[in-house]
Design a protein around this ligand. Structure first.
Ligand SMILES: Cc1ncc(COP(=O)(O)O)c(C=O)c1O
Length: 408
């Protein structure tokens, strides 16, 4: 008899975005003439830049001729892209990461979820809180997190690394040793970062405890400040304890095209096993590579004029983030993030819960954001606003929220 994976019954349904959609739809039905503005969803709005579109067209044309047609490609990615990534994202920054340590994929989400196949079920996991929910859910489905406690909204066998106002969004090292640590910087949802010294503390901890750090740098391209590490490999010893995941989604608007990569250093070894070899084995067994056409598009992001064009998009969203942050600060709101990330983390006023604030703001301003509690227990009492809407709509949303705060 087939026995389904019972861990699917254990994980709470992820109601966050479906509940938001439901509430928005209900609001629209009740107020058919309302003018809603979404600063909720973490998806980009600007079209793909012209140089990348050209690369896509060219790659499509190549598929039409037997001389240039591409069938199955290398599972870890084409050399032209692996080399470009290694050079521009690492070597140009003085980091000795080699193309053989880069594995191209169809995005960071699948990599993050799939990487947990490299470790046994009995590893102790620690995860930043609040955070992108995929780390928790993928480990829960593998049966690694114990039982879900609905009352406190936590897993019994998971160490939550709380980031909040009290610790200045710098999580404390776990009291008990953990085996695998998920860190995401710049952080989704808080938009906060760690300095190189703060990140080094985690690398030192991992080296001392033989732990693995899974570092999600999906928002690396948004870093503006000089003292913020772009890669965990800027920290001493990190190639011996860390895997880094990156994405083209928010960097170049590839949320629909799908492209990302994972760095698994050659010196990363635990109990005599080389994780680079394990990951290569995993990918060759279960993945047939990202599409050639999309990898060509990714490659164009590192060439000129593609590189300049995608940086203009990032600057556009970064300016939106600045406008939101400055606008909210002007009316006395407490806000975090929004400097090195496209997310602004607003402290909910008047002791409302995140969901109460969602409803109140929607009713009063027709602006949609995301309740912080949807990203983990430490997100309660906060609200995420994104910088991904157009300039015009972002400014309108800020004016409405300002009027709300001024009247409240
Ligand atoms: C922190 C973080 N990591 C990874 C992803 C997923 O990236 P991708 O689109 O490459 O799968 C997201 C998407 O929102 C994210 O916020």
């Amino acid at each position: 008899m087939m026995k389904p994976n019972t861990n699917y019954q254990k994980i709470p349904a992820n109601y966050l975005f479906s509940t938001i959609n439901q509430k928005v739809e209900q609001y629209k039905t009740q107020h058919p003439n309302s003018d809603l503005i979404s600063l909720g969803i973490g998806d980009v709005t600007q079209p793909i830049v012209p140089a990348v579109i050209d690369a896509l067209h060219k790659a499509v044309d190549e598929q039409a001729s037997s001389e240039t047609f591409q069938g199955y490609g290398p599972e870890g990615g084409y050399d032209f892209l692996r080399q470009s990534v290694a050079q521009h994202d690492f070597q140009d920054r003085g980091l000795a990461i080699d193309a053989s340590e880069i594995f191209i994929s169809d995005g960071a989400k699948s990599d993050i979820a799939n990487l947990q196949e490299l470790f046994e079920v009995n590893n102790k996991i620690a995860i930043g809180d609040p955070v992108y929910p995929v780390y928790i859910d993928s480990n829960a489905l593998a049966g690694r997190l114990g039982d879900w406690n609905d009352q406190i909204g936590q897993w019994s066998d998971l160490t939550y690394l709380s980031s909040n106002e009290a610790n200045q969004f710098i999580p404390k090292l776990p009291k008990q040793a953990v085996d695998v640590i998920y860190l995401c910087y710049p952080n989704n949802p808080t938009g906060m970062t760690l300095s190189k010294t703060e990140l080094q503390t985690w690398v030192d901890y991992a080296l001392e405890n033989n732990s693995l750090i899974l570092f999600d740098a999906a928002y690396e391209a948004y870093i503006q400040e000089a003292n913020i590490p772009h890669s965990i490999y800027e920290c001493e010893g990190a190639t011996k304890c860390a895997i880094e995941v990156r994405s083209f989604s928010k960097k170049a608007g590839f949320t629909g095209l799908r492209l990302g990569y994972t760095v698994v250093p050659q010196d990363l070894t635990f109990q005599g096993q080389y994780l680079n070899k394990l990951w290569a084995r995993r990918q060759t067994t279960k993945f047939n590579g990202a599409p050639y056409i999309i990898q060509r598009a990714g490659w164009a992001c590192y060439q000129e004029p593609g590189n300049t064009q995608i940086n203009e998009h990032i600057a556009y969203y970064t300016e939106n983030a600045r406008i939101i942050r400055a606008g909210l600060e002007e009316v006395g709101a407490t806000v975090y993030g929004g400097i090195n990330a496209p997310y602004i983390w607003l402290k909910v006023p008047n002791n409302l819960t995140s969901w109460e604030f969602f409803d109140t703001l929607l009713e009063a301003t027709q602006v949609v954001g995301t309740p912080g509690s949807g990203f983990g227990p430490s997100g309660e009492g906060y609200f995420r606003l994104t910088a991904f809407n157009s300039r015009e709509r972002t400014i309108q949303a800020v004016e409405r929220i300002q009027a709300f705060f001024t009247q409240a």
